[in-house]
Design a protein around this ligand. Sequence first.
Ligand code: DX5
Ligand code: ZN
Length: 226
Amino acid sequence: MQIAPSILSADFARLADEVAVIGDADWVHVDVMDNHFVPNLTLGLPTVEALLKHTAVPLDCHLMIEEPDRHAPAYAEAGARSVTFHIEAAQAPVRLARALRSAGARAGMAVKPATPIEPYADILGELDTVLLMTVEPGFGGQAFLDVVLPKIRRARQLVRDGEHAVWVQVDGGVDLDTIERCAEAGADVFVAGSAVYGCDDPADAVRRLREAATRAGAASWWGGRQ
Ligand code: DX5
Ligand code: ZN
């Protein structure tokens, strides 16, 4: 069970300090938004390159951008250990996933809440992570969408059926209350923005989230392990 705090909820003027306080996290989740795929603009490759020099925690870049086929590989080449593109924007997801892997990154595919996962069952072997958005992408601090829970379960089942080593990541509205439902359904990587950076002690928030997910996953239908 891995926790990936999202720096979308951090102070953008102090990013190096903000990643330092969550040193216990498994990943630093970096939300790249281009104002086209989503109605918000955040940061891009230069900021990711700068951030890489300031943290030993691996970067998990979530690209909410148009034309990921063109722009995503550069994040992997820069040193991001995981790069996730949105299937709704990708032209050739298999080619893109292979490009990300050959640049040394884990290849992630993200789906918005209303995008089904089943059409992609046959390409799961090309991926390392499936990211299921549990809010509409674009902003931090939104309420968790329970309607995605059955898809989390189906994604876990597809991964199991195909015997794939794919991580099932959830992103949006994940906090101490909702993380248990996600873990029970089948998620094993949890992005949390406001639930970490909105706390007085972000490192403690990471630990508590991980504990809650581990407990809920272990007691669930899939046992919390691949
Ligand atoms: C939303 C982003 C999320 C966001 C999550 O589009 O992809 O990563 O930062 O923030 P919270 O945890 O506050 O919903
Ligand atoms: Zn994200």
